[in-house]
Write a protein that binds this ligand. Structure first.
Ligand SMILES: NC(=O)C1=CN([C@@H]2O[C@H](COP(=O)(O)OP(=O)(O)OC[C@H]3O[C@@H](n4cnc5c(N)ncnc54)[C@H](O)[C@@H]3O)[C@@H](O)[C@H]2O)[C@@H](O)CC1
Ligand SMILES: [K+]
Length: 215
């Protein structure tokens, strides 16, 4: 069953109000994404993984992935597209603060993409269901950077720039090898397999009762 983006937000909020907090949804989303990635690649040990994160909760999922991937022995670099004070939600902030205590994960911020390594994998945690309008900077430059580099690309929830409701793209959009979306498929995503690559839906622990009155 495919759902709308609006239904997803309402289910998320109802689950949160039931006490299954958004930080737990985020944890499960990031953990499920890493399991898919590790299943695909076999091992990520010693692989250079570059994770682009936006300031919303799509970025928060990317921050969770960073912690899990470090646990699998990957060399993880997080590129936060903005400054830490601008991270928008409590759950993303919480995950950022954990990473600040983890020297095994390199944290970078800003809009200059000069890395001293060639990534084996890029994780796109820039924009998810919160996208609106044409892509603004520094997200646009990050999306262009991702599209120009030759490596395995993983999209968190939806390739950034793709509207998960309509399947239409903004001025630019990442082209990925794998996309993992959460809870249930959003209507626009499967229309664009050319951008998502392999596409999966993962449950993230939201009680089915949170759908009552919404689906
Ligand atoms: N809905 C759910 O149940 C869950 C959602 N999660 C994640 O949360 C994401 C949604 O998080 P948010 O609602 O914070 O939204 P996003 O993280 O998609 O991004 C919203 C932010 O991006 C900025 N933005 C929007 N359009 C832009 C544009 N065109 N150019 C530049 N900046 C733009 C906005 O200022 C806003 O702060 C999902 O995609 C998913 O990855 C997960 O944490 C798990 C649970
Ligand atoms: K994304």
């Amino acid at each position: 069953m495919e759902i709308t983006v609006d239904q997803m937000y309402r289910i998320e909020n109802k689950g949160h109000d039931m006490g299954f907090l958004k930080k737990f949804m985020m944890e499960n989303a990031g953990a499920a994404s890493v399991r898919r990635l590790v299943d695909k690649l076999g091992s990520v040990e010693s692989k250079h993984i570059l994770i682009f994160v936006g300031l919303g909760n799509n970025g928060g999922d990317g921050l969770v992935m960073a912690r899990h991937l470090a646990g699998y022995g990957a060399k993880v670099t997080v590129m936060l597209l903005g400054t830490p004070e601008k991270i928008k939600t409590e759950e993303s902030n919480w995950n950022w603060s954990i990473l600040q205590k983890m020297p095994s994960v390199k944290l970078t911020t800003g809009d200059s993409f000069n890395f001293d390594f060639k990534p084996d994998v890029i994780v796109d945690g820039i924009l998810g269901t919160g996208i609106s309008g044409e892509i603004r900077e520094p997200y646009a430059s990050a999306i262009n950077f991702i599209n120009e580099i030759d490596c395995y690309k993983f999209a968190v929830d939806v390739p950034s720039g793709l509207d998960p409701q309509t399947g239409e793209t903004a001025n630019i959009c990442t082209k990925c090898d794998m996309t993992v979306t959460f809870h249930k498929m959003k209507q626009g995503i499967p229309k664009r397999k050319d951008l998502t690559g392999e596409l999966y839906v993962e449950k993230i622990g939201i009680p089915p009762e949170a759908e009552e009155g919404i689906l």
